[in-house]
Design a protein around this ligand. Structure first.
Ligand code: SF4
Length: 252
């Protein structure tokens, strides 16, 4: 890698461990013969229309998947309930990213996020909004199922952060819907979902709309269920409106 050799020369030939996103973008530049442009410009290029940009997105996706499938950074992949890693799913060119907490039983079995009962509810909400699920990007804070579907621990979230950060960096969504308390606290630590739900957070260039996790909706009944459903519906509508304000992306 030409650039890496140059860096090694600057640092007296010492081994340099580059952050994953830099290493991957350097490989992308090499693969596509891209000359000296900034990484910000490469990300823009990756999200352009056209075949070349689509191939570049596939390249980035495969690099992230490689890292994910090799990952042994926390003990979750050793848990008895663990079958496989569950990568994010959907369009790498979508301006909308949905982030949940972690895979559950069905997700672990199928290797896809949000495919159990909560996932079916999420898909139904998207369908009601006339959104094809394949046109958004859906992922989780941790990519391996925690035992008994418990909340991921902070050390597991910290270990898995490198994958989510690569997804955020390369997909560069304009709007993020956080589903439940864990992804909300990823962006805004010490927050209460009850207080923050439905209120915009603007951070790191992302418009973030916190809402309840669909599994929480499924646990409600009676009047609370009606209220919570309307709240989530309202939050999704606000997020979609914001996407339409910021881009001309077509969801179906
Ligand atoms: S949860 Fe994340 S950090 Fe832990 S082993 Fe799975 S992929 Fe790696």
């Amino acid at each position: 890698m030409e650039n890496l050799d140059r860096l090694k020369a600057i640092f007296g030939g010492k081994e340099i461990t580059l952050p994953h996103h830099i290493r991957i973008l350097m490989s992308l530049k090499k693969e596509y013969g891209i000359s000296e442009i900034s990484y910000g410009e490469i990300i823009k290029m990756v999200h352009d229309k056209g075949e070349q940009s689509a191939k570049m997105r596939d390249f980035l996706k495969n690099e992230v998947l490689k890292l994910l499938y090799e990952c042994g950074e926390c003990p979750l992949h050793l848990a008895e309930c663990h079958t496989q890693k569950v990568p994010g799913d959907g369009d790498w060119n979508s301006p909308l990213m949905l982030i949940g907490e972690g895979p559950g039983f069905e997700e672990d079995k199928q290797g896809k996020p949000f495919v159990g009962r909560a996932g079916q509810l999420l898909t139904a909400i998207l369908n009601k909004l006339n959104i094809d699920r394949k046109k958004v990007y859906i992922t989780n804070v941790v990519k391996c199922r925690p035992p008994m579907n418990r909340t991921p621990q902070s050390k597991e979230i910290k270990a898995c952060k490198r994958i989510l950060e690569l997804e955020l960096e390369f997909i560069a969504p304009k709007v993020i819907i956080t589903l439940g308390s864990v992804p909300l606290n990823y962006f805004k630590p010490n927050s209460s979902i009850m207080q923050s739900r439905g209120q915009w957070i603007y951070k790191r260039g992302f418009w973030i709309m916190p809402t309840f996790h669909p599994a929480y909706i499924l646990r409600q009944g009676g009047e609370t269920l009606k209220r919570v459903k309307w709240q989530v519906w309202g939050d999704f509508n606000k997020a979609i409106e914001k996407v339409r304000e910021l881009s001309d992306y077509k969801f179906n």
